[in-house]
Design a protein around this ligand. Structure first.
Ligand SMILES: [Zn+2]
Length: 408
């Protein structure tokens, strides 16, 4: 049965936009008094409401009697929402002036989350992930990437990926998992970083593949994590095994983005420390430049150079990096809106970074735009003017969210 949803004051289908480079708001398609026809979770047609009424007279009608702006559901292409325990102690130390390294030495940092997540059972991790995914979904995020990386041994990495898989069956949101066993060399691993990465390749990834837990790998390239050289070898071998790649790159020091581009990774994420060299490399590649304003807010650091990346011609996506340490807020729209004022991003650039330009980072072929044949993942804001969405800096939340055509 077809359903006609509308009329909407405005529909922003996010179609017809280039994937790379700067965007002006004038380039946005805005359908005034629009409607959308949905059937079996898929968009059938999108156009003016009256014309759809005439073209589909037998449709069921989902009439909207208040002014709403309709957008594609957001895609959060970088999160760590599968974890247990809080890092509020770290956060208090950080805002009081302690450095990332000082906190790590005091028993905080990633290792603290590893310890707590290793203790948690599968059910707890699954429930935690479902609760966070559902909160995201209510805020218009219909597709969520979720990383492992707080297990860092066979048992716990598999437990995390199984929890993400289970969580995906208990939330309407689409969850896409990534193996981030290369988050850091675990403190209880006595071998070299190369040996640890080799262990991931030979012992962990084959099981992940066998159980179909993920087809994605990630690695944290940083002085405190893995070297560019070791990461390049790791990514090459993982890709030979059939995985696609993403990289935590250039967060505190440059070098990771170059590895990501050379490996033809789907995305290079963070980029706070990227220089003109990395910006040019990303702009001349198909690797999505994923910026994570939530981490900058949490660490009190500069934002990634999103403006310069766009000016150079890169595909820029914005993700939340929702994690217990540096980005505990997890509010994607607030983060994107706050960053847009600092980095001077147009509304078109921000909304594209949350939808159509985030889709290639997750290889999504039917999400991020409102287009016939695409999944009916949609959200509607309680306003008649799309500019209000960033004007209220993320405080205005969607009044309605649809996942696969079903109202959440
Ligand atoms: Zn991250």
């Amino acid at each position: 049965m077809k359903t006609l949803i509308g009329p909407f004051a405005q529909i922003l289908p996010m179609t017809g936009l280039s994937l790379k480079g700067a965007l002006h708001d004038e380039q946005l398609t805005v359908i005034e008094k629009g409607g959308v026809v949905v059937e079996n979770g898929e968009i059938i047609a999108i156009a003016g409401y009256k014309s759809l009424l005439q073209k589909y007279p037998d449709c069921e009608i989902a009439f909207q009697d208040t002014p709403l702006v309709l957008l594609p559901g957001f895609i959060d292409c970088h999160t760590h929402i599968c974890y247990d325990g809080t890092r509020n102690r770290d956060y208090a130390m950080r805002i009081a002036g302690k450095s990332y390294l000082e906190i790590a030495r005091a028993g905080g940092g990633i290792w603290d989350s590893v310890t707590k997540t290793r203790i948690a059972d599968l059910v707890t991790l699954t429930e935690n992930t479902v609760a966070r995914a559902n909160r995201h979904l209510k805020e218009g995020v219909t597709t969520i990437e979720v990383k492992s990386g707080y297990g860092l041994n066979l048992e716990s990495e598999l437990k995390m990926l199984r929890a993400i898989q289970q969580a995906g069956m208990h939330t309407p949101a689409t969850l896409i998992s990534t193996c981030l066993a290369a988050h850091m060399k675990p403190r209880d691993y006595t071998g070299s970083e190369e040996a640890y990465l080799q262990w991931i390749l030979t012992e962990l990834l084959p099981v992940i593949q066998q159980e179909q837990l993920s087809n994605r790998v990630d690695i944290f390239i940083e002085e405190t994590a893995f070297s560019a050289k070791a990461a390049a070898d790791f990514l090459q071998q993982a890709m030979q095994q059939g995985f696609v790649a993403t990289v935590h790159a250039d967060q505190f020091s440059a070098g990771g983005a170059e590895v990501a581009v050379n490996a033809r990774a789907l995305s290079a994420d963070h980029l706070e420390a990227s220089t003109e060299k990395e910006i040019a490399l990303l702009a001349n590649s198909d690797t999505v430049a994923v910026v994570l304003p939530g981490a900058s807010l949490g660490l009190g650091m500069l934002y990634a150079p999103a403006r310069r990346l766009l000016n150079a011609g890169a595909c820029v996506a914005i993700a939340s990096d929702w994690n217990p340490g540096s980005a505990p807020m997890g509010d994607l729209l607030v983060q994107a809106a706050v960053m847009s004022a600092a980095e001077k991003l147009s509304t078109a650039e921000v909304l594209a970074a949350l939808t159509v330009r985030a889709a290639p980072a997750l290889q999504l072929k039917d999400a991020g735009q409102l287009l016939a044949g695409y999944t009916a993942d949609m959200q509607a804001y309680p306003t008649a003017d799309y500019r209000d969405i960033l004007y209220y800096q993320g405080k205005m939340k969607p009044a309605l969210v649809w996942k696969k055509g079903v109202l959440v």
